[in-house]
Write a new protein. Structure first.
Length: 148
């Protein structure tokens, strides 16, 4: 049984510390941790029906070569050098395998986060939200002062 964009989104948002943004047109980008505190992206879902890949994600060096051997799985444009793969269609991988790969992608990226980012993610939810809001405010004020 295959997954679709909404099912992948629901699955990813249930994983620990996953945030979602809309970027680069109609792309849902999934991050481990908020971007404002140094979170890193690990998956991208293309919502446009433009004939390009429906999804890309971090496969890791240990699985990358094997995965791109599957029909419908390719090196991800722009991200292949950092071991990302792209799915041409939703049925390129079975549901269970896709879920395992996405969980692994999230876990692998989490492990590489800086200590300061992990420290914020380890905070209780209220303190974490406050810290993220303060960081966003600081970043916004820097952008305003740089544009002057």
């Amino acid at each position: 049984m295959r997954m679709d964009a909404e099912q992948v989104r629901e699955f990813l948002l249930k994983l620990p510390h996953v945030e979602e943004t809309m970027q680069w047109g109609a792309n849902l980008v999934f991050w481990v941790g908020d971007k404002a505190i140094g979170g890193k992206m690990f998956a991208l879902v293309n919502l446009d029906e433009d004939g390009k890949a429906v999804m890309s994600f971090h496969a890791g060096p240990e699985r990358y070569a094997d995965l791109v051997e599957n029909e419908g799985v390719l090196p991800a444009p722009y991200f292949a050098r950092i071991y990302w793969i792209a799915l041409e269609r939703w049925d390129a991988l079975p549901r269970r395998e896709l879920q395992e790969l996405l969980t692994h992608a999230r876990d692998h990226v989490y492990e590489k986060l800086p200590k300061r980012t992990k420290d914020v993610l380890a905070m209780p939810p209220t303190a974490r939200k406050k810290s993220i809001a303060e960081r966003r405010k600081l970043l916004a004020s820097r952008e305003i002062s740089q544009s002057r």
